[in-house]
Design a protein. Structure first.
Length: 437
């Protein structure tokens, strides 16, 4: 059978990895796909830098429009990243009747609704497995493997850079900036690493997971996002002492009146498997009503792990290329006319347990004032720890773990605690998740 022709937009970390994997495993991939998958053209900005990838079949261009307009190309793989020109190129490829594979979570989370509508109208596929959790086939698992289930919640460590930073800080005590530079050198970090550190990249991925788990449109703008830049070594240590690990977690839950969609540092019981996911590895827990909790683990970033997902999409598209568009797997798992408009709940309505840390004057009555405020707001304390003041100091760290309560109660309690004359500075709040199956 005639080879399927692929055009690559971008030959950086993921583009280079994709080409390498396709070339190295050419025979195996052809046996699986039923025909050869051949990259015939690639667009980059710096032609000289990409020269090492050129081969007999592959031509390089500095103009990505040439790839999306090339009539010989069946599938366009977008690995440029960012919104523009990626969005315009993807829409043009679709308009030209080409299937699209992308690893661009920012693009799918922010413009997926528009892109899928265009693809639907044109009868082409847009595949995006590599956009979430690198090499872990989590999109396929939720969209196809768990299709019998009513999904109740999804929680995941879905940013390799942050997990790498948190692991190195905890295990080696390495400074934040040094570990970030290492993640950048290894090709894990986004072009703008604040996307990683401030939780934006994880929120892009969580938005996509939420859409395919619950059959809702992409709602990135409604996500609550908090990154790891304000985490302190003390909080990481105190959490350990209480039997917890802090991870940057993406959590999306189905509730009666809407969905929760939130990314933030989270205390997880240290005995959970997911709490022991270290380095650049990612893990996603999915709770379905029939199957219970299932855990997916693997490399969340890097050239070849991400290429593994890109190539899997290429094989899928190759297999489905000739199938009737109405009988293909829907982009967002549910048929396009069956999506529901479940609203994302405000954080005030989110229910979880909390870690609270405050610096308090070490004198009688302070603890009683704090516990009275919590009691007034019906917040029950699960555990408490007080650290002795350091030599010559008169302030002690008080750490409290609460039982599950609504966030608006905790916000009100924090406002009152911070107003006490005995409390220095702000109260640190970190959410907790039990993640019980
Ligand atoms: P990268 O290393 O920076 O590579 C980007 C590539 O796109 C480079 O070859 C660059 O060419 C090319 N490019 C950029 N703008 C272009 C333009 N206007 N026209 C033509 N070529 C252009 O990025 P990456 O890490 O591979 O990431 C690519 C995508 O994959 C992003 O959406 C990212 O979020 C996603 N992703 C990355 C990882 C990872 O581990 N890195 C994992 C999952 C998903 P020059 O080099 O010539 O400038
Ligand atoms: N910057 C991302 C991460 C790349 O660190 O997880 C993979 O999506």
């Amino acid at each position: 059978m005639k080879p399927i022709h692929v055009g690559l937009l971008g030959l950086g970390t993921v583009g280079g990895g994709t080409l390498t994997v396709l070339r190295r495993n050419k025979e195996e991939i052809s046996r699986r796909a039923g025909r050869e998958i051949r990259v015939v053209q690639a667009a980059v900005r710096d032609l000289e830098k990409a020269r090492k990838y050129a081969g007999d079949d592959l031509s390089l261009t500095g103009n990505p429009e040439e790839v999306v307009d090339n009539p010989a190309i069946d599938i366009v793989v977008e690995l440029i990243g960012g919104i523009s020109p990626a969005r315009e190129l993807v829409l043009k490829a679709i308009a030209n009747g080409k299937h699209v594979v992308t690893a661009n979570k920012a693009l799918i989370a922010k413009h997926g609704n528009e892109i899928f509508a265009a693809a639907q109208a044109k009868g082409v596929i847009v595949a995006f497995e590599a956009a979430v959790a690198g090499g872990i086939p989590i999109i396929k698992a939720i969209r196809e493997g768990l299709t019998a289930n009513r999904i109740e919640w999804v929680a995941g460590i879905i940013n390799g850079t942050c997990n790498f930073i948190l692991s190195e800080m905890r295990e080696k005590g390495s400074p934040f900036s040094e570990v970030l530079a290492e993640a950048q050198a290894k090709g894990y970090a986004e072009a703008d690493p604040t996307f990683d550190i401030e939780g934006i990249d994880a929120a892009h991925k969580l938005t996509i997971l939420s859409a395919i788990a619950f059959g809702v449109p992409m709602q990135f703008d409604a996500a609550y996002i908090e990154g790891i830049s304000r985490l302190t070594k003390e909080d990481i240590r105190y959490a350990e002492e209480l039997g917890y690990r802090i991870k940057l977690l993406g959590v999306t839950k189905r509730k009666e009146n809407g969905i929760e969609l939130r990314v933030h540092p989270t205390l997880i019981p240290a005995r959970r498997l997911i709490a022991n996911v270290e380095g650049v590895m990612n893990a996603v827990l999915v709770k379905g009503d029939a199957v219970g909790a299932t855990l997916y683990y693997g490399a969340g970033a890097g050239a070849e792990p991400t290429a593994s997902a890109v190539v899997a999409d290429l094989v899928d598209v190759t297999r489905l290329h000739t199938a009737d568009p109405h009988h293909r797997v829907p982009h967002l798992a549910f048929q396009p006319d069956q999506l529901t408009d479940l609203a994302v709940l405000p954080m005030a309505e989110v229910e979880t347990a909390y870690y609270l840390r405050m610096r308090a004057a070490d004198r009688p009555g302070v603890l009683a004032d704090i516990t009275r405020i919590l009691a007034d707001l019906a917040i029950s304390i699960d555990a408490m720890m007080q650290k002795e003041p350091a030599e010559g100091e008169h302030q002690a760290d008080i750490i409290m773990l609460t039982h599950v309560t609504q966030e608006k109660n905790v916000d009100a309690a924090i406002a009152r605690i911070e107003a006490l004359g005995s409390i220095e500075g702000r109260v640190t709040l970190i959410r907790m998740e039990e993640l019980k199956g």
